[in-house]
Design a protein around this ligand. Structure first.
Ligand SMILES: [Cu+2]
Length: 447
């Protein structure tokens, strides 16, 4: 059988010969004969730390509704609002092929607040450094088979990404339905970041394809004494222990404009210049669901029907004991500014936008406040010392809430809702919370 060489095949052969002659080291690292770690990541030979599946789903946002856009009459029982988002399929990160039947089962199971991702800072001068890999697949949108949008992962504010892995689809990869892509990152600078899909970004960000990224400092694991106490966990490489903490909680802020969510489910187009948030979320939930535990499945009722929090796994409670230093990592990927007040406790702002507030001149720029002003796309790291307990065996509650009044209402209804949660201070001898925090936000699996 004769096989004619196509024009394309001929060109490929020519290119291969040229690369061989001109020096294949263009595609190889300086370590002879081995692919660079980033190239290995691109080839899928490094096991991902996280595996995300872009898809759609439904959230429970409790309130009294029956407006045209809320609750969505197409929503499953216990849910109110259509979302796009990422499902956490990290349990299948070593399965081949990557889009197994198990992973396909996550279609229409997007989380409200995408998986919280944590990394340790990488030393740029380490000759054996390895990149972290985040795998993304795209399961499509169950409610919108007509929409063939790709998805991406973009680390907002991250300064060390190479363009191929930046997730901005005009200049880098995007992931079409049914495909898999491995992003590689060297997190050289610690701090609180955020990630989002950058495809049709006004829509995909607002629809819920957003989550936090935390990069932990190299200083972690060393001991530093600050204020008479010794710490081994820090927000930054502070050098003096001033960002040391006992417990950490992400407070991830986002918003839901009912009309756009209904429109996306019902094959309509919203006019984004009409934007008006109806719900304000912390960690993908609204008050009073924010004070339910991680993974607690039943939320506040909507028009008498209990909410299904099955795809809203993250509590926004900050639990601590007297005298402990607690790090709150605020991130805002809503479209409006938030003013987060912790009533009765002063916080010290130690970092903003993944930079410690001491600048190049090493002057301490941290400051005390009880209100965090945070705009869209910004992050703020604030530490407070838990006050003494008032006595008895229960906990003391301190409200943490958005002072922008629409931000603490659910859908404009009377009563409290939205971006409100509690800091709970337990007695020192209480065993209602762990003696030391296992994982951030008390999520054991992230330890
Ligand atoms: Cu997307």
């Amino acid at each position: 059988m004769s096989k004619r060489l196509s024009r394309r095949g001929f060109l490929k052969l020519g290119l291969g010969a040229a690369a061989g002659a001109a020096g294949a080291q263009l595609f190889l690292s300086s370590r002879a004969g081995s692919l660079s770690p980033v190239a290995q990541a691109a080839q899928g030979t490094i096991i991902p730390k996280y595996y995300l599946a872009g898809t759609d789903g439904w959230a429970s946002l409790p309130g009294v509704g029956n407006t045209h856009f809320y609750p969505d009459t197409w929503a499953p029982t216990g849910k109110t609002s259509y979302m796009f988002g990422f499902a956490d399929v990290s349990a299948y990160k070593t399965v081949n092929p990557p889009v197994s039947a198990d992973v396909l089962g996550f279609k229409q199971k997007a989380q409200s607040c995408a998986p919280m991702m944590y990394f340790d800072e990488v030393d740029p001068n380490d000759p054996n450094k390895q990149p972290y890999v985040v795998r993304l697949t795209n399961l499509g949108l169950a409610m919108r088979p007509d929409l063939v949008d790709s998805h991406t992962v973009h680390w907002h504010g991250f300064r060390n990404v190479i363009p191929m892995f930046d997730g901005e689809p005009g200049s880098s990869m995007a992931v079409p339905i049914g495909r898999v892509f491995d992003y590689a990152y060297y997190p050289y600078e610690c701090g609180t970041y955020m990630y989002h899909c950058h495809f049709e970004d006004t829509e995909h960000v607002h629809m819920g394809m957003v989550g936090p990224v935390v990069v932990r400092p190299k200083q972690n694991g060393t001991s530093k004494t600050y204020g008479g106490r010794t710490f081994t966990k820090f927000a930054y490489n502070d050098g003096d222990g001033s960002t040391g903490y006992d417990r950490e909680y992400v407070m991830f802020l986002s918003e839901v404009w009912n009309e756009s969510h209904w429109d996306d489910a019902h094959i309509q187009l919203p006019d984004w210049t009409d934007y008006k948030a109806d719900f304000y979320l912390i960690n993908g939930r609204v008050y009073p669901d924010t004070i339910k535990e991680n993974g607690e499945a039943v939320g506040a009722p909507t028009n008498g029907v209990p909410g299904d929090l099955g795809d809203q796994p993250y509590s926004a409670l900050a639990k601590c004991k007297p005298g402990e230093r607690v790090l709150l990592r605020f991130v805002n990927l809503g479209f409006t500014k938030a003013s987060m007040t912790l009533a009765g406790i002063r916080m010290r702002v130690v970092g903003m936008d993944a930079v410690q507030l001491k600048g190049k001149s090493n002057v301490d720029g941290s400051y005390e406040t009880n209100t965090i002003q945070i705009g869209p796309g910004e992050s703020v790291d604030a530490i407070f010392t838990a006050p003494a307990h008032s006595g008895g065996s229960g906990y003391d509650s301190y409200m943490l809430y958005n002072r922008n009044i629409p931000g603490i209402s659910n859908n404009g209804n009377a009563g409290l809702g939205g971006q409100m949660t509690e800091v709970r201070v337990y007695p020192a001898n209480s065993n209602a919370i762990s003696a030391t925090q296992v994982g951030p936000n008390d999520l054991a699996y992230l330890a």
